[in-house]
Design a protein around this ligand. Structure first.
Ligand SMILES: [Cu+2]
Length: 340
């Protein structure tokens, strides 16, 4: 069923000339639910199905009674101007029945729902942590010691993963239907969710909070790697990041080292000055003569940021001494020079 939903989303976006970005799913054993691929889904699915069949049963029963009573108690003749005698009375049996039956429906729902809620809100202590950042209009996934290598979320199978979620602009919501889990991404605070994938393969990720024009394009996917596959992927990605040189390395570090939180590359001042077209210009300094932005000035700005403070800014930059190798510094300098 879900495979057909995914496929219809894909062909629908095809109508507008958009590349379908959703992975094709295996057919689901569930009635209108995507395949379930995490440990916490069993409880959710059981409750969902219970609610679904209960609602169906009572809807049919109530409509059946409505139609029957309409027919049975309809006005037999227009002439009759009778007013029905009042017959309503207290009926203990009836009242007990309509209290006790719903009790058997809602108490298991509450107990199951509460247990499931507590479980979903309590990540196992040993869970590995991955950050998810919502941004108009894509998800960025950041791994320990590794920036955002591609636009998918990579996780190992049979491993508890805790996602630490936030947003840089508006409220988004990280939604992984096959894991039956969803959590808001809120600017200025952290939220989390956890899962433990039970199946390898690819599953879609959506943004489930309307966040503007391209909200419906905020698609991604989770790639669940087989045993050993995640480590291989991580090693290959790190090796690739290590092999980057020059301005590509600088661009990678700009994100990975968090320079991007304080420096823009499009001319907008943030906590620090923008890097756009600073190379070669004369920069005014607080309490000292102006300095020419050249290689040595840039290097010093990274290793000893307090040595010269750019006019109009606070001495808020931490030193990157020991965090950046010479190759890293060369890359960042090349990157800054390329921002004309
Ligand atoms: Cu969004």
């Amino acid at each position: 069923m879900s495979a057909s939903i995914t496929n219809s989303v894909a062909s629908f976006s095809g109508l507008f000339g958009l590349e379908p970005k959703l992975p094709k799913l295996a057919p689901s054993p569930y009635f209108w639910m995507p395949p379930s691929a995490s440990v916490t889904t069993e409880n959710t699915d059981a409750l969902y199905n219970f609610m679904l069949w209960m609602s169906l049963f009572f809807s049919v029963a109530i409509f059946w009674a409505m139609v029957r009573f309409c027919v049975k108690y309809r006005a037999k003749s227009r002439a009759a101007n009778e007013i029905a005698a009042k017959t309503s009375q207290h009926n203990t049996m009836l009242e007990l029945t309509w209290s006790v039956i719903p009790l058997f429906v809602v108490v298991p729902l509450f107990v199951g729902g509460f247990k499931g809620f507590v479980n979903l809100r309590t990540p196992p202590k040993a869970a590995m942590e991955i950050r998810a950042t919502g941004q108009k209009w894509k998800w960025l996934f950041t791994y320990d010691g590794l920036g955002t290598p591609d636009d998918a979320l990579h996780v190992p199978v049979n491993t508890a993963v805790r996602m630490i979620i936030n947003s840089v602009d508006v409220i988004h919501s990280l939604y992984i239907p096959s894991f039956r889990t969803k959590m808001d991404a809120v600017p200025g605070r952290y939220t989390d969710l956890w899962f433990k994938a039970t199946q390898t393969g690819e599953f879609p990720i959506f943004c489930a909070e309307y966040c503007g024009t391209s909200h419906s394009d905020m698609l991604s996917r989770v790639v669940v790697h087989p045993p050993g596959g995640y480590e291989k992927w991580l090693a290959a990605t790190i090796a690739q990041a290590d092999s980057l040189t020059g301005k590509d390395r600088g661009a990678m570090l700009y994100e990975k080292q968090g320079c991007s939180t304080c420096h823009s590359i499009d001319g907008t001042p943030k906590v620090g000055p923008s890097w756009k077209a600073i190379y070669g210009k004369m920069e005014s300094m607080t309490g000292g003569p102006a300095m020419k932005v050249d290689e040595n000035y840039l290097r010093e700005s990274m290793l000893d940021p307090q040595a010269h403070i750019v006019m109009g800014y606070a001495p808020a930059m931490p030193t990157f001494e020991g965090k950046l190798s010479d190759k890293d510094i060369d890359g960042l300098i090349d990157f800054i020079k390329s921002l004309k």
